[in-house]
Design a protein. Structure first.
Length: 466
């Protein structure tokens, strides 16, 4: 009899709850990853940095497991079929997984659990992605929190060292057959620019980034985190997404370093996992149902201009080009461009959410949905009504010298700092002299912010009435 660990978004061999439990079971442990065609077939492009990231991370995981006497079995097919089949083939007594909070994943896991059960095989699920999950933190009235600050206070109050202690298990691996891992081509995908971007996948890439952040920038995170031109944040999101490092290790270090602001961000991550898990309707509709009354504009050309970074608002355009080029966008800019889509262009936040889901290397349904609903004011936000970001003042405040803007919009290189946030305000003759003619070299503003703001106030008025 064997134990089978099914890896999903936890691509590491250390501090891993399901693996630790499987090893502790006393059974020889097999490990599997399934390239799930239910997920891969739905991806809009056959060039996807995330598939490459996963594949490279699996190579590292396989080597690490082989060095410990095991190895990784990799399958390509429908996970709901592959996992029960493999479990039967190897004679598994139980399958061990780390819990996932997305509606589709919960559905998949319930189905796998049912199919395994029919074969007399148990499915054991563990908390691994989050520090607290499900109903572990509840309000005094016994309900899930829907506002961050009280949730955070409860999170901090409940936290004890056991909650972020590493998960280790002593036991023995079952040797994996000496099969080569599939190639990107086998999976039907083409290489993209991951290597060119210098994004290093896997446990090694995670360790490198984390050491750099922990020993250097973590202390200055609070001061620098809002400025996209500065290397102020951790860039760990893709690694947290694929579990190439453990949240418990990050939380332990954040506490040791007294890095309160950064710890806050990790708590936001837990918060949004919990929100999606407890309120799955948010994946489709407004978290606050009264916001479903809003009527958005159908404006395909506006959406395309936003997606391609051609709105004429330099900070928005530079941010979108950063996303398109690298699959990552700075958090301040995610807020700015999301607000711009729903509150300046009047376009449904779900269209922006979908575009982010396609483009982001770190795409995570809970954080992405939480971020978009926050931007659309339909989500978990303590603000009594709603805010409308001004894309020009955001730009002046967070990229005062236009350094970030110029990095992604070289056509504006020569525009003086004073005008970089709203280049259409340069007089026509001065535009000619600079060689940056608005409408020729760079688009004019797609909307007038003041007018758009009025339209948004009117659009959102239905919410108050509901
Ligand atoms: P750091 O600032 O170093 O933060 C450390 C970690 O904390 C991040 O890696 C992330 O795991 C977590 N974190 C930080 N902020 C948040 C947050 N607001 N919500 C949840 N977790 C957070 N983050 C994603 O991981 N995936 C997404 O798909 C995603 N979509 C977003 C969409 C919108 C509209 C907005 C406003 C935010 C979104 N975020 C998302 C949150 C945040 O922007 C990114 O986590 C962050 O920019 C990643 O960079 P970093 O790793 O350097 O973060």
């Amino acid at each position: 009899e064997k134990a089978l660990v099914w890896f999903r978004r936890d691509l590491r061999d250390h501090d891993h709850a399901a693996l630790a439990a499987a090893l502790s079971s006393g059974l020889p442990v097999h490990c599997v990853f399934v390239f799930d065609t239910d997920i891969l077939d739905a991806l809009p492009s056959r060039t996807d940095r995330r598939v490459e990231f996963i594949l490279d991370s699996l190579r590292q995981l396989d080597s690490a497991l082989r060095a410990r006497g095991g190895g990784l079995i990799v399958r390509h097919g429908r996970a709901v079929e592959e996992v029960p089949r493999l479990a039967r083939e190897i004679g598994a007594r139980a399958v061990f997984v780390n819990r996932d909070y997305e509606p589709a994943a919960k559905h998949r896991d319930a189905e796998v659990g049912r199919l395994l059960g029919e074969q007399g095989i148990a499915l054991h699920e563990f908390k691994d992605q989050a520090i607290f999950e499900r109903d572990e933190l509840l309000t005094g009235a016994g309900r899930p929190y829907t506002v961050f600050t009280p949730y955070k206070n409860a999170w901090l109050k409940r936290l004890s060292s056991a909650d972020h202690a590493p998960c280790h298990g002593n036991g023995q691996f079952a040797p994996a057959p000496a099969e080569a891992l599939p190639t990107l081509d086998d999976l039907g995908f083409h290489p993209g620019n991951l290597g060119e971007l210098g994004i290093e996948p896997g446990m090694a890439g995670a360790r490198k980034l984390w050491d750099e952040f922990r020993t250097g920038r973590i202390q200055r995170y609070g001061a620098l985190r809002d400025f996209p031109a500065i290397k102020g944040v951790s860039y760990l999101s893709v690694h947290l997404r694929f579990g190439t490092l453990s949240i418990r290790e990050l939380v332990s270090a954040a506490l040791a370093e007294q890095a309160e602001t950064w710890l806050n961000e990790l708590i936001w991550r837990d918060f949004y996992f919990m929100i999606l898990d407890r309120f799955p309707h948010a994946a489709e509709r407004a978290f606050k149902p009264e916001y479903d009354a809003i009527r958005w504009d159908e404006w395909p050309a506006g959406l395309a201009a936003w997606q391609q970074g051609r709105t004429g608002y330099p900070l928005v355009d530079a941010a979108m080009r950063q996303l398109n080029h690298s699959g990552w966008m700075h958090n301040r800019l995610r807020m700015v461009v999301a607000s711009f889509l729903c509150k300046d262009l009047g376009i449904d936040w779900r269209l922006g959410e979908r575009y982010f889901a396609e483009q982001l290397n770190d795409f995570d349904l809970s954080a992405n949905n939480g971020g978009w609903q926050w931007a659309a004011s339909s989500g978990c936000d303590a603000q009594p009504y709603f805010r409308i970001f001004n894309p020009i003042t955001q730009s002046e405040k967070f990229d005062p010298e236009g350094k970030f803007i110029r990095r992604y919009l070289p056509e504006l290189a020569k525009v003086p700092n004073k005008y970089i946030h709203a280049p259409w305000t340069i007089g026509r003759l001065a535009q000619e002299a600079l060689g940056v003619v608005i409408g020729r070299d760079y688009p004019g503003p797609i909307v007038d912010h003041a007018t758009a703001r009025e339209k948004t106030l009117a659009r959102y008025a239905v919410v108050k009435k509901a």
